[in-house]
Design a protein around this ligand. Sequence first.
Ligand SMILES: O=C(O)CCC(=O)C(=O)O
Ligand SMILES: [Fe+2]
Length: 202
Amino acid sequence: MNITELLEQIADKGWCVWDDFLTPEAVQQLRTCFGDNAQQARIGRHENRQAETTIRSDKISWLEPEMGEPVQHYLMQMESIQRAVNREFYLGLFEYEAHFACYEKGAFYKKHLDAFKENVTRRLTTVLYLNEDWTTEDGGELVIYDLKDNELATIAPKGGRLVVFLSEQFPHEVLPTNKERVSIAGWFRVNGVRDNFLDIAS
Ligand SMILES: O=C(O)CCC(=O)C(=O)O
Ligand SMILES: [Fe+2]
């Protein structure tokens, strides 16, 4: 898999799985940047944020360059994907926001769309997995559906694997995990105005 194949698959079907996007060493380094300041995840942005443990039960920590060199490098890799996607599809992607997420044993994220309500400016979703050795018994798969609710793929959160999909086209869920599951979920966004509120980077 490479960036050209990624662009082809996004054009073709709207989603793709890039195995070994990061080496096991790079995965470990990135994981160490995930301190213990993670918080219970909330649904929505800004004033509408609400902890909703019946929908999702992961703990998150937003990525900042200050977290270390591995994070800076990852953000640079996402920047080159952003440039390539903009060149190819004229999506006008403007910024990238991402958070580490930790799903403890039993945690899940029910079926949802990433571009909804106050997140309408999300266009492209990325999920990178940071788990060493993942087996079928560990559960925690990402299941992707189309807008007619057909199941398209069940994807194990294997370390180094990057999943990319169009945020408005693919409802998805995280099945309950049987052991700690760590990832970086991210979104390329466009600039948008809604309800007289300029919805740009916060
Ligand atoms: O971790 C995953 O596989 C997906 C997470 C997700 O859907 C989200 O954070 O919006
Ligand atoms: Fe999601």
